[in-house]
Ligand binder design. Structure first.
Ligand code: ADP
Ligand code: ZN
Ligand code: ZN
Length: 721
């Protein structure tokens, strides 16, 4: 009998090494195979053509079940495998868990009924109603959609869709329609001299496979520039990945991309149907789709010929995945580009301090845009000193703000009130005994949300009815709401300015991408006078009539809570300000603060970006913080407080780090309990180029993990909660 080949197969499970299987023939590395594992059938990937070195009983080696997926064999590209390997090592995540990010089991299983996709038929001859218009717009954004997706996104009835099909307004289509190259490869944009100069820099980087930052103010043409770069790479026949923070993957952006690149665009984000996901995965692997616009997980797609990665809004903190596999997609995009020897373009109006440092030290190149394309000026920024400001009767809102809002409305323009706090008020206390309303599972306050009449925990999602009794004294006396949330602002503005139309722009009010686009449309058509928004409003949107921004309570970000607090505050205030005056000339931003002399507000007011970043770098450098040092946070947690305490103390005693690597902690985490788990934090700090992961592994390995203890490793932490 012929001797079977042994091979190691990596499985998408929480284990760091591959398992050995046998096969009657040698299989290429990367081949997807089905195997049996602990009485389950799993799909894994051939990781090496040798057995994995472990002590096992050779007689127990099982043959693979099959290498056939449908009628074919499928292989993951080799560069994806080395990327997975790197992510696993850098973030100290089990290799199998990283593999899990790159495919789903369902991709390889028999598909149910073949999905029928619909697209808009421009040749139809029917009269279009307003509701039908919504559907057409949706299809212009997404290209093709299944019927039930059209219904769920548009919120319209099946009847309406059925009628549109019958009338020939919608027609059946392949999920992916091949288009002629020349359609989307023609551009007819004339760049301004400044844009041309920046484009030359980008072109140089494309040639040298460098990382380039497009550093430009809002509305200066950053998107246009990277789309031009993408077009160049597409012309070479390669694939392009454009990454956006999930939140901006709204229809508006997709529309821009699709109007330019037609059906070559594949969108990849959490809102996709399973069938669509599967289809796109294969289309990317077969290079049918060449331009992918995606959220952070798109990095793990099986591109076969990637030529460029763009990371838009590179500073955005949502690129950091904080749960499950903890990683930073911006950093991994740069790494993946480096491994592939291709260029990476970062884009931002307020780059991260790390990126800025990489520019200063010449590791990245910079293409700057200092003027808005439409020639409008940036808004003038000033502060309202809340210590002195005259307030409206019985209100916390300054008279000046209310007057400004009235004047803006008189000019038929729009205002935005920004407060980054969801709900009605951040804290509620019992009117009888003064005890705060807490989450039973977390060390956090419950926040009253008037739209759902519930108290909610923003950490674990726990909700309680709004007529709760005090847990301490059981009094059903009045619960007192303290502090400001956007719902309270809405209530106040309704009282003070009853004639103005308002919209609350936050995730609680706009839960679906459909509702976001409906809101955006209303705002664009100037049907709204006042936008009351959280962080959700600060990203990417273009509001032509918006000329006034009032920032309420900027102070929470000015008090130093962690090393990134001021960077983040600067970015968000800048971005919110940037929403104003993109089209119209005179626009104003007013910041309500108790600290008008704070250096951060001063640099913002005087548009001293360079100064702000330089000051920030000086602070980081003198306090030995990133990007001048490396940080890794270790969060040890347990439902059992005593065990947690004992285990953490033991870990602290081991401290086997080299001299230049500091072990800080354990301290009780600022949120000392989350989802019923008590939490302690360690922070490990080392010099910039040390292999900190290696030391941490050695440290953690030297103490056996106790039962009931969980360890979370956060490399390059962004938050310190
Ligand atoms: P940013 O990404 O920097 O905010 P955009 O690329 O979105 O800026 O540009 C702002 C607006 O100006 C967009 O509507 C864009 O189409 C337009 N624009 C920018 N540059 C040009 C150009 N060279 N020709 C025509 N329109 C342009
Ligand atoms: Zn009470
Ligand atoms: Zn909670």
């Amino acid at each position: 009998m012929k001797h079977p080949h042994l091979l190691s197969v990596l499985l998408p499970i929480n284990i760091n090494y591959p398992f050995t299987y046998s096969c009657t023939e040698a299989l290429e590395i990367g081949t997807i195979v089905k195997v049996s594992f602990r009485n389950r059938e799993l799909y894994g990937v051939v990781w090496s053509q040798e057995e994995h070195v472990t002590n096992f009983d050779r007689k127990k080696i099982k043959p693979i079940i099959t290498k056939k997926i449908g009628d074919d064999c499928i292989s993951l590209p080799g560069d994806l495998l080395s990327f997975l390997n790197w992510v696993s090592t850098y973030y100290m995540v089990p290799l199998g868990l990283v593999l899990k990010a790159s495919f789903k089991k369902q991709f390889f299983e028999k598909q149910g009924k073949k999905k029928i996709y619909y697209t808009f038929n421009p040749l139809h001859t029917s009269k279009i109603t307003q509701k039908q218009e919504t559907v057409i717009e949706l299809l212009q954004v997404h290209g093709t959609l299944e019927r039930n997706r059209i219904i769920s996104i548009s919120g319209l009835s099946n009847d309406i869709i059925r009628r549109m099909i019958r009338n020939g307004i919608l027609k059946e289509s392949e999920s992916f329609v091949e288009v002629e190259e020349k359609i989307y490869l023609e551009t007819n944009i004339d760049f301004t001299p400044e844009q041309n100069y920046a484009m030359e820099k980008i072109n140089a980087s494309l040639k040298q496979q460098k990382v380039t930052l497009i550093d430009g103010i809002t509305g200066s043409g950053k998107t246009e520039l990277y789309l031009e770069a993408a077009t160049k790479i597409l012309r070479q026949g390669k694939q392009v990945l454009i990454m956006l923070p999930e939140i901006t993957l709204t229809q508006e952006f997709l529309k821009i991309f699709r109007s330019r690149f037609k059906n070559q665009v594949g969108e990849w984000h959490s809102g996709l149907s399973e069938a669509r996901r599967r289809q796109l995965w294969y289309d990317i692997l077969n290079k049918k789709i060449r331009l992918v616009v995606g959220a952070r997980s798109s990095l793990f797609l099986p591109f076969i010929d990637l030529g460029l990665i763009v990371v838009d809004e590179e500073h955005d903190s949502s690129y950091k995945q904080e749960e499950g596999m903890i990683y930073n997609a911006r950093d991994m995009a740069i790494l993946r580009a480096k491994q592939l020897k291709i260029a990476c373009i970062l884009s931002s109006a307020t780059p991260s301090v790390e990126t800025f440092e990489n520019i200063v030290s010449n590791k990245y190149s910079r293409a700057a845009l200092n003027n808005r394309f439409y020639g409008t000026k940036l808004p003038t920024i000033s502060c309202i000193d809340m210590r002195k400001a005259e307030k409206e009767t019985d209100s916390f809102l300054p008279v000046e703000l209310i007057e400004d809002l009235k004047k803006t409305k008189e000019r038929n323009e729009q205002s935005l009130i920004f407060l980054n706090r969801r709900g009605y008020s951040p804290m509620s206390i019992c009117g009888n005994c003064g005890v705060r309303v807490d989450c039973p599972h977390c060390d956090a306050w419950l926040v009253l949300h008037k739209n759902t009449l519930k108290y909610k925990c923003h950490y674990c999602g726990h909700a309680e009815e709004s007529d709760i009794k005090c847990k301490n004294c059981h009094s059903s006396d009045k619960i007192i709401q303290t502090g400001l949330g956007i719902e309270k602002i809405d209530e106040e503005l309704n009282r003070l300015l009853p004639d103005m139309s308002r919209i609350i722009f936050s995730s609680d009010y706009l839960p679906s991408s459909g509702s976001v686009s409906a809101a955006l449309r209303q705002i664009k058509e100037n049907k709204i006078d006042l936008i009351i928004g959280t962080q959700l409003i600060s990203k990417g949107h273009n509001f032509p009539s918006l000329t006034y921004v009032g920032i309420l309570d900027a102070d929470f970000g000015l008090e130093v809570t962690d090393i990134r607090a001021s960077e983040r505050t600067y970015q968000i205030l800048n971005q919110v300000s940037g929403r104003a005056g993109r089209v119209k000339q005179e626009s104003k931003v007013k910041i309500m603060t108790h600290m008008p002399d704070h250096p951060l507000l001063q640099s913002l007011k005087n548009n001293q970006k360079q100064e702000f970043y330089n000051a920030e770098l000086t602070i980081r450098n003198s306090s030995r913080m990133p990007p001048f040092a490396r940080l890794v946070a270790i969060i040890v947690s347990s439902k059992n407080r005593k065990l947690l305490n004992e285990y953490s103390q033991k870990l602290a005693l081991i401290n086997n780090f080299p001299k230049d690597v500091e072990l800080l902690g354990p301290i009780e985490a600022p949120i000392s309990r989350m989802r019923q788990y008590y939490r302690y934090r360690f922070l490990i700090r080392g010099p910039k180029n040390c292999n900190i992961q290696l030391y941490i592994k050695r440290w953690l390995d030297s103490l056996k993990l106790a039962p009931q203890i969980r360890i979370t490793i956060d490399v390059d932490p962004q938050n310190f909660l």
